[in-house]
Write a protein that binds this ligand. Structure first.
Ligand code: IPE
Ligand code: IPE
Ligand code: MG
Length: 243
């Protein structure tokens, strides 16, 4: 491994492939989403053990509302159940949970469940877990711009950066997408400007520690140049600050 590129500080994951995982087993798609929650629980622990400080996962996109009604309601129900079951353990493990996305579009019970999870873990100082739910990169940029306009602030990169939904964490170092597709699907459009991208054919429910370690090993081999030349960055990675 290249010691110049340590474990990523912030890892973001498009958890894709739950539906295909279930279909291959002749199960309803929601069974794949349930298995995906189990994978996420393990992944949170594994990331914390490996020294990752921030984990951001894509759980439900702005566009996922267009799925069949029974899948959408199954996902909403699963979120509520997962929160009730997982938050006590997250609390013990020191994980700080945050939701990133458009809350106005969610039902009262889903929104209250999310906010209870955030409040319960607010004092935790371990791994920061951002769950992107009813999230889209375009929504985020538009809401940030609207906020700046309302506050009478100029639209600069630094102001936009501060108004975005993930302003509490640095940009992701590594973006992983499981499930074999090589696209961004409206995830972190702004924040992934200089992230290393890693695509895995493994379907999310099967994404185990060995698969995570493969992603980290690939990351360790990358040279992050941030627009500079290889000679300039030799020896240390440069991270530009927003203007
Ligand atoms: C990702 O898995 C989870 C969500 C989008 C909610 P998918 O449900 O997209 O699984 P595939 O891509 O159909 O296999
Ligand atoms: C991206 O996966 C969204 C999540 C994983 C939550 P999709 O399955 O919705 O993406 P597309 O439709 O294949 O691009
Ligand atoms: Mg998918």
């Amino acid at each position: 491994m290249n010691p110049a590129q340590p474990t990523p500080h912030h890892v973001a994951i498009v958890m894709d492939g739950n539906g295909r995982w279930a279909t291959r087993r002749f199960l309803p798609r929601v069974a794949g989403h349930k298995a995906g929650v189990d994978t996420l629980r393990r992944c949170v622990r594994s990331c914390a053990q490996r020294g990752v400080a921030v984990l951001t996962v894509f759980a439900f996109s702005s566009e996922n509302w267009t799925r069949p009604q029974d899948e959408v309601s199954g996902l909403m129900e699963l979120l509520g159940m997962a929160l009730a079951r997982e938050v006590p353990q997250l609390l013990k493990d020191g994980v700080r949970l945050r939701f990133v996305g458009e809350r106005a579009g969610l039902s009262d019970s889903v929104r209250q469940g999310l906010e209870r999870g955030e409040q319960a873990t607010a004092a935790n100082t371990g791994l920061q877990l951002n769950v992107c739910f009813n999230y889209g990169g375009r929504w985020d940029i538009a809401q940030a711009a609207r906020r700046l306009v309302a506050e009478g602030k100029p639209i600069t990169e630094a102001n936009l950066d501060r108004a975005l939904a993930l302003s509490h964490v640095p940009d992701p170092d590594l973006v992983i997408r499981t499930g074999g597709e090589q696209r961004i699907s409206n995830f972190l459009l702004w924040q992934a400007a200089y992230s290393e991208l890693y695509f895995s054919d493994t379907l999310w429910p099967d994404f185990d520690d060995a698969a995570l370690d493969l992603a980290f090993a690939a990351f360790a081999q990358r040279e992050r140049r941030f627009g500079k030349t290889s000679a300039q960055v030799a020896g240390k990675a440069a991270r530009p600050q927003p203007a």
